[in-house]
Design a protein around this ligand. Structure first.
Ligand code: PMV
Length: 357
């Protein structure tokens, strides 16, 4: 139990309280893959916060006559009731109740929607858990005043308990999560901003090529579990930490060649873990490989610093600075959209984190 995150002074009030927050998705450059309870990462990870792929969540807290044993909540997603979301949310509330015991005195009515296309294959757990955590901490700060820094820390802390990578969506543009000797104030409990970043990275774009819009073949819950008895696990955790250490000076100096090497290597290392786990998976599809090869050829011919990264799926994230976006977008249209489902992609860019709506 993390004593410093327990809201022991927050007393429930008689009035209802309503609040609305939005939170973005994030894209990891150094990947989190492998954890121990309670949602503590086996290695440090680092991500760019995004700006357009957002979840907007409104929560109405209505006081109950008497406190309940479990948090009473309802969930509407894009205007519809979502029974399938309940187990994950119930587990989340069961987990965080120790840190926000006042929630037992409220009915918590959640209504949320995404700003990115429905069932696009883009993971929304990071943005949705960060937006919900922001609403919960907003109520807490009404009940017991908190300064801005503490609020952001608590939001990241709670978001992490909902979905690990969500803790990195709270601020931006660059966030690190997991204790690491080279990241000041780094912690396994929450993400912290990484400062001293070259200005070029504030202009970075992320175009997500939708190779497969279906359900994820391997949930991240299962994926993290597969690292438990993985023959290369210890090596992978050490390597992620050393790749993060190598990335920090690159982010500071704006060395794009070195950036590309580390980022693409991390993406392939993540997929290598899945290919060598038991059971094993290939999450890339033929079109994922077509895109990677086309990106490598484009980069070698044009010297434009375009690179790719992957999450635990077949979709490809293309990362590039905005000063080359015209050439990159032309290349995407002429050469890459043919490999996407319904020729679909989502253009996003680096952003700054949660916002009250
Ligand atoms: O936060 P989770 O449990 O959905 O795991 C996310 C894992 C990756 O997206 C593959 C990597 C990362 O660091 O975001």
């Amino acid at each position: 139990m993390e004593q410093r995150f327990i809201a022991s002074n927050a007393q429930p009030q008689q009035d209802a309280y309503q609040t609305k927050w939005q939170a973005p998705s994030n894209i990891a450059l150094v990947k989190y893959w492998g954890k121990t309870p309670p949602q503590l990462p086996k290695n440090a990870s680092l991500s760019f916060t995004l700006s357009d792929a957002q979840t907007q969540t409104e929560v109405r807290f209505s006081p109950l006559g008497a406190p309940t044993k479990k948090v009473t909540f309802s969930i509407l997603f894009e205007g519809e009731e979502k029974p399938s979301f309940r187990p994950k949310l119930q587990a989340f509330f069961d987990h965080i109740i120790a840190y926000q015991p006042f929630l037992l005195h409220y009915d918590v009515a959640i209504s949320s929607h995404n700003t990115f296309p429905h069932s696009s294959g883009i993971a929304s757990s990071a943005s949705s858990m960060a937006a919900l955590a922001a609403c919960l901490v907003d109520l807490e700060s009404q009940l017991s005043p908190m300064d801005e820094k503490r609020k952001l820390e608590k939001i990241s802390f709670l978001a992490r308990l909902g979905s690990g990578s969500a803790c990195r969506s709270v601020q931006g543009p660059t966030m690190a999560w997991g204790t690491h000797p080279s990241v000041v104030a780094s912690s396994d409990l929450m993400a912290v901003p990484v400062n001293d970043i070259h200005a070029i990275f504030a202009t970075y774009c992320d175009t997500i090529l939708l190779v497969d819009k279906g359900q994820k073949q391997v949930s991240s819950t299962l994926g993290h579990k597969l690292m438990h008895n993985h023959p290369y696990a210890a090596q992978r955790f050490a390597q992620a930490n050393s790749q993060l250490a190598a990335l920090l000076p690159v982010l500071k100096d704006g060395n794009l060649d070195a950036f590309i090497t580390i980022v693409e290597k991390e993406a392939l290392d993540l997929h290598a873990m899945m290919m060598t786990s038991d059971p094993y998976f290939i999450l890339m599809q033929p079109n994922t490989l077509h895109i990677i090869n086309a990106v490598w050829q484009f980069r070698s011919e044009t010297k434009i610093p375009l690179c790719f990264t992957l999450d635990a799926g077949a979709n490809v994230h293309l990362l590039y600075p905005s000063n080359v976006s015209e050439s990159v977008k032309a290349f995407i249209g002429s050469d890459l959209l043919q490999f996407c489902q319904n020729r679909q992609c989502v253009h996003d860019a680096v952003g700054t984190g949660i916002k009250k709506c």
